[in-house]
Design a binder for this molecule. Sequence first.
Ligand SMILES: [Ca+2]
Length: 384
Amino acid sequence: MNKMTIGKHCRVMMTVLLISSAGESRSEEEKTSNKNPIEVSKSIQLPQNLMAIENSNWGLKTTRMLYGWQMLEAKGKMPGEGVTIVLADTGISPHPELLAHNNYPSPIRMDLALDTVDDDNFPDHNFEAINLIPRHGHGTETASVIVSPPGCPSTFKNLCVTGASPAAQLVPVRVSDSVVLSFGRRLAKGIDHAITINADIIAIPMGGIGPMNQLRDAIRRANAAGIIVIVAASNFTGPLRIVPAFWDETITVGAINDRLKPWVGSAFGRWVDLSAPGVNINHARTEKRDNEIVYEVKLAQGTSDATALVAGAAALWISYHGKDKLIERFGLDQIPTIFRKLLKEHGVSTPKGFPSKRYGSGVLDVVKLLEAPLPTNTKSQKKM
Ligand SMILES: [Ca+2]
């Protein structure tokens, strides 16, 4: 990653609508006033370092992500170990939060990366693109919420990012610079790349409007190859049928705020499978200002962040059960269906009055997800 150069692009690419995190944080006071009604399992203890991380990160706390880490540790595994996640987004930058720190190596697999916009293997952000979203560095942001090593890199002191599954490997695939509708062809190409490299999960924090048949076919191929496809519901599109979020082949994630209520910008509809924290989430921010690339950590919001947390949780689930064992038991092509069912039915906590018809079955709860017993179906009777 250190060899990356920035800003080689100048073309404006027509592409699918990117669902960006947008907006900024509220006050500290408002942030800390949130209460977590999810009762934490008494049998699992968090060590002090993880407790400190949890106390500064309401998203990880609400979803009990770090308790999931402890459940994995009891099996001798690191969080997300052995799992490959393809992130289809605007590319990646060598942000310190994505480089090695705190005894974790860099989670970014540049050797497997792809750029479907420039048709090369180097998916850096295009800071020159005309962009209707607030920032160009969206892929770096999303990646950090999925896999940034725990705590602060040496160059950062206060606000830092801890990813949901930092021992997973993340393959950045640039499929878009921003906005605008198209046919999803670049995204389809990125999905086929995920199949080629035997990825376990694809995270898609974007969407568009239209039939996009080629994209849908690619997602079906991914499911058949055992790849779990996790998609942002989208931001500020209300009940519009954004794809691929609307399709049955994807797991669609809406966003809640830190009062555990649906975030005002979260798209909604019966096709939303579940919600996850998407407001005031720590991000690795990469921006170009006065011709210089600036690396920071900030708070932002959007269904992209919620999607990142669910992608991380999916990685923990695969790690926890072991991909080989899942394949042996259910067959590769059944894994996405089984995961989706378990996630929706068991992997959530549902706050009282939660509007399930619009924002999914509840709020991601990683302890419940990992504790959920696998179905008894065997390979020979695998239809669900
Ligand atoms: Ca970090």
